[in-house]
Design a protein around this ligand. Sequence first.
Ligand code: NAP
Length: 281
Amino acid sequence: MIKLAVFGDPISHSLSPAIHAEFAKQVGLAIDYIPIQASATEFADRFAAFVRQGGVGANITLPLKQLAFERADQCSPAATQAGAVNTLIKHNNIWLGENTDGIGLVADLQYHKVKLAGAQVLLIGAGGAARGVMPALLAAKVARVHVANRTPERAEALITHVIRHAPTTPLAQLSAGSLNAIPSSPFTVVINSTSSGLQGQSLTLPSRILTTQPFSYDMVYGEQPTPFMQWALNNNCPVADGLGMLVHQAAASFQRWTKATPDTAPVLLLLRKRLGLWSSL
Ligand code: NAP
């Protein structure tokens, strides 16, 4: 039995146990994947207990991705550049830190036929998820990323970290600021990576960022459409929720723990049916 878990706070809403159970069924592996609630102050102790019980792999969700980066003994280039870890893998008695969020986002944007090479990207939010996707966006050769966050210092720190840990490939034009100082130059892709919807709080953004009808992607999922998607739909923009990203990033984590590659399409369809979400997305 392969012992796995997802750590986060809150965690009861997580779809990851159901996704990984489906992947395991597909490839014929026996896994035990459980949700473990842990706040930032509880994470170290709860992760240590999981390790003592034989845990060999874990997903990490909000607000723990930066703590998981610090916990990892070694990190992949993507996790290092992000400064955030969403997947921990036990390997020869050390813990490897990986970040599969970017793989998940880019795979889902490609599924939605969004052109990333040369894209002008507005990334809203500067938490663990935003950090996680930056390396993959840059690797996809976007032309520019502006990070806008409620706490602008966190957006600036994200950009500084990415530049400091950049590989030798040329970087896109990077900038950062607050939610009420978003540049007026047009964006082709707008990504909401804030957890505002999760907390039932609304996100107030200037509608001018949607005048060029950018592809508007909400990393959040569950409510359909999400408030961010509804706002973008009201402004005639193409939209998608983050369920596809969730399933793709999960598949990349599963592959790293088990070496087996699951098929994401039937699992995504199953989840959409189960949750009663738009089947066309
Ligand atoms: P996090 O590290 O806690 O960061 C939360 C971010 O949301 C920060 O930028 C925070 O701004 C911002 N925020 C929170 N409440 C806000 C509000 N009321 N108004 C404006 N901004 C607000 O969380 P995370 O790990 O980045 O996750 C963020 C979201 O992405 C979550 O909803 C998560 O479920 C989703 N996510 C989805 C996937 C997927 O596969 N689809 C993967 C990863 C994450 P401050 O810095 O100012 O606090």
